[in-house]
Design a protein around this ligand. Structure first.
Ligand SMILES: [Zn+2]
Length: 245
């Protein structure tokens, strides 16, 4: 993994605009990983998220502060996690098996794990049921009934539920839950943590802050944006302090 420069990060932020979280995740990956766009889009989501956690640590350090509203009493609850706490031991190798097997309810399927290309395809889905149906349609490679009868045109709902569970179990990093307890009312819950969304929000705040600093230094010293972005953070900070009113 390479650490993107401030100029490269600003380019990623600019290209991302109002795109979806799936697109943001791919742009972030592309800034730090040499692989082709197609190869990155085909990484299982847990693998993608492990890379994004590593990128996050390189860019903004290892402590992650999260503030969420308690679902019971709406109090703001804060917690700090370390990137390491959120990084599970990889259940899939870097080069994962092209397919896995799941058997239940008299059916046996070969499937692959959902990836970013699936997330992009889901963007047109009207609701969660349609999205789940489309993920299964895209990720199931082959279906075989145990008794050799004809392959069903649609997977039965009970089977779909166990298959969705099998996919989540096979790629736990993609389904990361935080543990929260509200100090006001004692309510405990486990919200999902989406590193792609979280890191993009951080990048957005960083970009606005950086552009403000560029503006300040350009006005004071008449340097170009490229020159200012190429300064080390320490030197940039020292100049900012010198020209502070
Ligand atoms: Zn509460």
């Amino acid at each position: 993994m390479r650490t993107p420069s401030p100029a490269q990060l600003l380019q990623v932020w600019e290209r991302g605009g109002d795109a979806s979280a799936a697109t943001h995740g791919l742009l972030l990956l592309g800034s730090c990983d040499e692989r082709s766009a197609a190869a990155l889009a085909a990484l299982p989501l847990g693998r993608r998220d492990a890379l994004l956690l590593e990128l996050r640590e390189r860019l903004f350090g290892e402590a992650i502060d999260v503030v969420v509203a308690c679902p019971q009493c709406a109090a703001a609850v804060e917690a700090t996690f370390r990137c390491d706490d959120l990084r599970l031991a990889p259940s899939q190798p870097d080069d994962p098996a092209p397919w896995l097997e799941h058997a239940a309810h008299g059916l046996r399927v070969r499937f692959r794990l959902p990836d970013s290309s699936d997330l992009l395809a889901l963007e047109g889905c009207a609701d969660a049921d349609a999205a789940r149906g489309l993920v299964l349609e895209r990720c199931v490679i082959e279906t075989r009934p145990d008794d050799g009868t004809e392959v069903p045109t649609e997977l039965p709902p009970a089977f779909q539920a166990t298959l969705a569970q099998a996919m989540a179990t096979a790629d736990p990093q993609a389904d990361l839950q935080l543990a929260f307890r509200c100090p006001d009312c004692g309510h405990a819950w486990q919200p999902l943590f989406d590193i792609a969304r979280f890191l993009w929000q951080e990048l957005h705040a960083w970009a606005l802050h950086m552009l403000r600093d560029v503006d300040t230094l350009a006005q004071a010293y008449h340097w170009t944006e490229a020159d200012i972005l190429a300064l080390s953070p320490r030197r940039r900070q020292a100049y900012l302090e010198l020209c502070a009113p």
